[in-house]
Structure formats: C-alpha cells, structure tokens
Design a protein around this ligand. Sequence first.
Ligand SMILES: NC(=O)c1ccc[n+]([C@@H]2O[C@H](COP(=O)([O-])OP(=O)(O)OC[C@H]3O[C@@H](n4cnc5c(N)ncnc54)[C@H](O)[C@@H]3O)[C@@H](O)[C@H]2O)c1
Length: 418
Amino acid sequence: MDFDIKDIGLAEEGKSSVDWANKSMPVLNSIKKRFAKEKPLKGIRLGACLHVTTETASLMETLKAGGAELSLCASNPLSTQDYVAAYLVKHQDIPVHAINAEDTDTYYRHINSVLDTKPVITMDDGADLVSTIHREKSHLTGDIIGGTEETTTGVIRLRNMANEGKLKYPIIAVNDARTKYLFDNRYGTGQSTIDGITRATNVLWAGKRVVVCGYGWCGKGIARRAQGLGALVIVTEVQPVPALEAAMDGYQVMPLTEAARVGDIFITATGDASVIDIEHLSQMKDGAIMANSGHFNVEINIPGLQNMARSQRQVRPFVQEYTLHDGRRLHLLGEGRLINLAAAEGHPASVMDMSFANQALCLEYLVKNKGKLQPAVYTVPAEIDEQVSQLKLKAMNIAIDCLTLEQKKYLESWQSGT
Ligand SMILES: NC(=O)c1ccc[n+]([C@@H]2O[C@H](COP(=O)([O-])OP(=O)(O)OC[C@H]3O[C@@H](n4cnc5c(N)ncnc54)[C@H](O)[C@@H]3O)[C@@H](O)[C@H]2O)c1
C-alpha cells in the first residue's frame, strides 16, 4: 500500500484517540452499522482531502464499512494528527498521505497521490482537491460521479467555478446542511477556537477586549463563547444584516480601523483575504494577539506583518512574536492557519458526528443518483438533514412533540384567519 505519514509507530496512540471520539459519534456509528450490512459504496473509489483528525478516522471507518476503496490526504498542512494517520494505515489499511507541518510542495504531492488512485467520488474541505483536478487532471472528470464539500470557503470556490461554467461534475455542499453549519460552524468552531487560543497562550479571557472579524456562523459561535468567558466582545463586519444582528446580540460593532486600537485579541473568521491589513497592524497595541479560524491563512496579512517587523521569534509553540520598528510586539498564533486545528484538536467529536453523518449520507445519495445530477453545486437533500437531526436527538435521548391531525390541517390551510 502506498502511503506517506510521519510515523507508523504512533498507531496505538491513534487507536485509543479514535476509540474515544467514536463514543461521541452515535449518529455516524448507526450509519456505519447499516453501511456494513448494505454496502452502498461497494467498489467505489473515494478520494478524500479532509483534516486528518480522530473524527475523520471515524468517517473513514464508516465509508470503508460501506464498501468504499479509500485514499486520504490532508486539507491543511497544520491540521494532521500524525497518530490518526498512523492508525488509519496500520489498523484500517487506508492509504493516508499526510504529515503534520508538511510544506506546500508536499501538501500538493499528497493531493496528487490521492488523485493517482483515480477516485470516482471526491470529498473536499476547502476545494483544493477539486480545484487540482480541474486545473491539472481534467481527464479524470469523465469517470467522476460527484463530490462533497465540507466548508463555507470550499462552497464559495465551487459556486464561483460553477458560475464561470468551469465545474465539470456535481458537488453536494455539505456545509450548507442545517445540521452542519448551525452546530459545526457555530458551536464547534466557537468552542475549539477559544480552546486553540487558550492552549497556545494560556491567556485569561475575562476582561479582555476580543475583536471578532466576521459575524457569520463561525463568528457568532466565537463571539458567544468569548463573551461567556468574560471578554468584552467587539464585532467587525462588511454586511449590514450580520452587523445589525451582532449589535442586537449585545456586542459593540465598529470598523476594524477603530477596533484595532483597543483590541487585545483579534480573531478572524470571514473566509476573506487581508481582513487584518497593514493599516490595522499599524494601530494595534503592544502585546496584541491575532488568530485566524477561517479556512485559509490569508485573513491576516502575514507578509505585510513580516515586512513591518524588525525581528521575530517563537516565544511559545504556536506563538510567533513580531517586534515592529516602533518597538510594539504583535503576536501571531499558528502561522495564521485555522487555530482550532493547529493548536487544539479541532471540533469536538459530538459535533463532527452530524457533519460527517451528512457526508456519509450524501455519498450514498451520489451513488444512488449516479448519472442523474448535472455539474452544479447542490444543497444537501432536506430528508438527509432531517434524518441526521432525528438520529442525533434520539442519541441524546430527547423526544419532541408531533403535530396533531388538527394542527397539520391548520398549517396546510389558508382559509381561517382573524
Ligand atoms: N476553523 C474551523 O474549523 C472552521 C469551521 C467551519 C468553517 N470555517 C471557515 O470559517 C470561515 C467562515 O465561515 P462561516 O461559515 O462563518 O461563513 P459565513 O459566510 O457564515 O460568515 C462569514 C462572515 O464574514 C463576513 N466578512 C467577509 N469579509 C469580511 C471582512 N473583510 N471584515 C469583516 N467581516 C467580513 C461576511 O460578511 C460574513 O458575515 C470560512 O473560511 C469557513 O470555511 C472554519
């Protein structure tokens, strides 16, 4: 088997972490049991470019149980848990190509190793796999049934490809399932971003001025968790509706040029580039901390920061201190990469349970609908979203009410009013 990982000797450590995560993934486990019986993915070559974490290992086990032939590479150079990669190779016979802290050349070499297996379904987190296929290996698209995309940034890239008429096969935007973004982006990113920054810095949140750039699903979660720890939260936005929402949720809202002067900790979660730029870096206080939780490491202008610095040094793991010409010291965490995956362990398994249940069910849907879908970006079918929420509620032992016949009739009618 062709694989490229850090150290196969880490496999037992990986096994116990994956077993631990599996305990919090009841929905995915129930799908795994069904897949093992029904084999809906039998003989399907599946190429995955995902964060190589314990929860991803659970997803890989589920897909393997369903009969898929898998290969996996990382969707971010810093997010790979090397012990998980070792576990998947040793205990699951899955070819993994991922090494934590790999350089960009190795990152793309690993993507190409996955593509060498000629996948007929792709799974992406950020759309690097799909964009590599379309840029360099378009001959593969003829056999590809479809793909899935896990995150907001990837969905944006794919929609742009579709709008330009460049997308050559159908993709399901798993990110846009309600059982994904309402929980994964909001609660998962919210908690794990705070976790990553805390592990990297051991900072006390209470009383800090925390500037959250972007009040989308991730930003909402981060702001709420920071506030819960006693921080004074400031939100910056470019769209009026989320800005208004932030104001009415009780946060201060202001342009980043103003917030830059007062913030102690800055967290970007926008999916946009150069959100924290030279003009903001020029205003920040001595000791300010910056972290990013958006998909790519472009949200903070790092080359600009490097140019402004007279020196830099690593003061703790994941903390790079830049001393500027005027003597101020600014701190960048985790090289500006997703801080929750770089310095912590990513989302808790319980939330990935729903995201990856959507992934597994969407893959089954793609196989069942082979040849019927046009090259376009599709939303997750409503019945899948519903099924995932029902299974999660059941696993959490939560019952809900049912509509009575009278209520059903009322809700379907229009005649009765005032
Ligand atoms: N860290 C993780 O584990 C994780 C998890 C899920 C999503 N993500 C990534 O986080 C990013 C945000 O995802 P989301 O689901 O919250 O997206 P979203 O579309 O819900 O929200 C993004 C928000 O950022 C705002 N924004 C854009 N440019 C801005 C700017 N220059 N200044 C201030 N605000 C700006 C937008 O108006 C929008 O409200 C994406 O890159 C996504 O892929 C990361």
